[in-house]
Design a protein around this ligand. Structure first.
Ligand SMILES: [Zn+2]
Length: 467
């Protein structure tokens, strides 16, 4: 490159880097001041924590089919109205019946010891006298899959995989396979039951529950998770090279023929000029029956409701509508959002962009967009607004929406994934320890500030995030 070309090149860089944000500006100076005010409100108010406190105190555990779940629906409707939403409604979601019952597990031989176990969600029960059988250990899901057909006949399969602690929760994927798909894989090899080391990063003597997914046409076998220290003890006994026999009894009842009704609870802060264009915030209202769901997904419920409230309280609404969807029956396998996508398929194009909270207890450190190539310029402006809160823009542009929102992403809605610090999340996930004391009020303020800025930015701009 000649000197002149280099100089010209540098000059162009200067021009474009100076002019870029101004040329692409989605919002006016007045809007920017509004965003600063919203940020200050969110960073100083305790509202999100108060919402979670209300949910975990006045409702608590709310698994589909339980009394808590039934109470959570009027709670959410009343909360949305109280927070100034313009429209609030529910949409029916139907699932099937499952009751947890009790779980009993112990080593019978060679060294008898009791173990702490919890049934996996959706598991069938054992015969009423339980199952007593030899255990075969697999270090991971791949090893279970590789077992020879028929090799587990009359035995209980045990996957002892340790989930890895990662800030973005990426240790969950490899660990959760044995929970979700393990029961049918073990059944195909002839196993009587499956037990797994809990999918979690803690060492508490508590089991982590969570949904399994039986494959069509394969025998349904009972499945449970052992607490991490019990799973480790069982591995040590197996390591002594003597056959290890255990007893497992689950009194769970699964009734696919008995319907259970729940709901998606939806609220809107109506836009002033494009009321039929939606910026969608999502979280799930249901929880597991253990714990009180203060973290999963009480945090998501609180962050999305508080963010929409701050915008509802402004003297003037942004152009687009903010639609908050509190999904039903997420834990059972995205049942509520599947119903939502069916019901709203004709207005999917009006879902301009969405974000969900269903992970983490810490501060948001990253934003991953999933938008069209030209909307990426606008996302960079949003990133500039979020940078002072410690949120970095990911170089990727492939977000499809988290959790429930992934179904909307699949249906064509652009999405933004916010990554909160998830280092501690899987210590409590789906356990009795999912309680309000795990919620960090200061992190919640930052989380809410991020969601509020995102919501206002997306609702006040005219950007087509699909382009
Ligand atoms: Zn969740």
């Amino acid at each position: 490159m000649t000197y002149l070309k280099t100089a010209l090149y540098q000059f162009l860089i200067l021009i474009f880097s100076a002019a870029g944000p101004v040329a692409a500006a989605s919002l006016s100076d007045q809007d920017m001041q509004q965003i600063k005010k919203l940020e200050q409100t969110a960073l100083t108010s305790n509202l999100a924590f108060e919402i979670d406190e209300s949910l975990s105190t006045e409702v608590g555990a709310r698994r589909v089919g339980t009394e808590g779940n039934r109470r959570s629906i009027p709670w959410a409707v009343a909360k949305m109205k109280q927070l100034g939403f313009d429209k609030v409604w529910t949409e029916k979601v139907t699932h099937t019946s499952w009751t947890r019952g009790t779980a009993e597990a112990r080593v019978v031989a060679p060294y008898p010891q009791k173990m702490v176990a919890i049934a996996l969600g959706g598991s069938v029960g054992t015969p009423k006298d339980g199952i007593r059988a030899e255990v075969v250990e697999f270090k991971d899901f791949a090893a279970l899959k590789a077992a020879a057909p028929g090799s587990l006949k009359g035995k209980i399969a045990f996957v002892s995989f340790h989930m890895q602690r990662k800030i973005d929760g990426s240790g969950y994927g490899p660990a959760v396979m044995s929970r979700v798909a393990g029961p049918s894989v073990a059944a195909k090899k002839g196993a009587l039951a499956l037990i797994i080391r809990s999918v979690g990063t803690d060492h508490n003597r508590l089991g982590h529950t969570g949904m399994l997914d039986y494959q069509e046409g394969i025998a349904r076998i009972p499945a449970a998770a052992l607490s991490p220290p019990d799973a480790d003890m069982l591995s040590r006994q197996i390591g002594r090279s003597k056959p290890v026999e255990i007893f497992l009894k689950l009194t769970t009842k699964r009734r696919d023929d008995v319907p259970v009704i729940t709901a998606n609870v939806i609220g809107e802060v109506t836009g002033r000029s494009h009321p039929d264009q939606y910026v969608v915030l999502g979280a799930h209202l249901d929880s597991w029956d253990v714990g009180t769901g203060a973290v999963d997904d009480g945090i998501g419920v609180s962050v999305t409701l508080a963010a929409a409230h701050y915008i509802a309280a402004l003297p003037e609404r942004p152009k687009r509508t903010i639609r908050v969807i509190l999904f039903g029956a997420e834990e059972e396998g995205l049942i509520g959002v599947t119903q939502y996508v069916k019901t709203h398929k004709d207005e999917m194009k009006n879902h301009m962009i969405g974000a969900e909270w269903d992970f983490g207890t810490g501060r948001i450190y990253r934003m991953i967009p999933g938008v069209g190539p030209s909307a990426l310029n606008n996302i960079r402006e949003l990133a500039d607004l979020l940078a002072p809160l410690g949120v970095a823009l990911s170089p990727k542009n492939d977000a499809k929406g988290q959790s429930d929102m992934s179904a909307l992403g699949k249906a064509g809605m652009p999405a933004v994934n916010f990554s909160p610090d998830g280092m501690a999340y899987f210590d409590w996930h789906h356990t009795e320890n999912d309680t309000l004391d795990k919620v960090d009020p200061d992190a919640l303020k930052q989380n809410t500030a991020v969601f509020t800025i995102f919501s206002y930015f997306a609702a006040e701009s005219d950007v087509d995030f699909r382009k």
